[in-house]
Design a protein around this ligand. Structure first.
Ligand code: NI
Length: 164
């Protein structure tokens, strides 16, 4: 199995509203395996969405286990945020816009539902970085990038420092 290449801004696929998954079959599972492998190839990566590898389908992976050992990997198929609560400003980054970080306004907590690989409906109340990451990845499925959510492009977007 091989990992997939990451689409970067301004690739037009990052601006598309992705299509719901109608059937979970062997090819869906094989694609998800490759998506997970692609996420793990990125140092510090905690989430990835299908359009970031050029597939316009409503699939995303959230895995905080590198930061929080108790965290479980979420394979989110057709995810929907049922409820968002509270507010948090968080410094985010993205593999598709890797030269920048930005202060992004998000819900502090979210209640999300999705279809699992087991074809069952799942629900979860998430907070902290997990809630931020879920919101960031679901935005990708709607063609929204984190820099779209900043209050000011002048004061809330930062160029990453590179030490070459
Ligand atoms: Ni991203």
């Amino acid at each position: 199995m091989s990992s997939l290449s990451i689409r970067t801004f301004p690739d037009p696929i990052l601006r598309k509203v992705c299509t719901p998954v109608r059937r979970i079959d062997r090819s869906t599972k094989a694609f998800i395996d490759r998506l997970i492998e692609t996420l793990y190839r990125q140092p510090g990566g905690i989430g990835i969405a299908a359009p970031q590898v050029g597939v316009c389908k409503r699939i995303a992976i959230v895995d905080l286990s590198s930061k929080e050992p108790s965290a479980q990997r979420l394979v989110l198929i057709n995810p929907v945020i049922l409820k968002g609560e509270g507010h948090r400003l968080f410094r985010e980054g993205c593999m598709s816009l890797s030269d920048y970080t930005a202060n992004v306004h998000r819900h502090e907590k979210v209640h999300v539902k999705w279809l699992g690989l087991d074809k069952q409906n799942h629900e979860l109340s998430a907070n902290g970085i997990e809630a931020i990451c879920i919101q960031h990845e679901i935005d990708h499925l709607n063609g929204i990038l984190f820099v779209d959510r900043v209050a000011s492009l002048k004061t809330d977007v930062f160029r990453r420092r590179r030490y070459l």
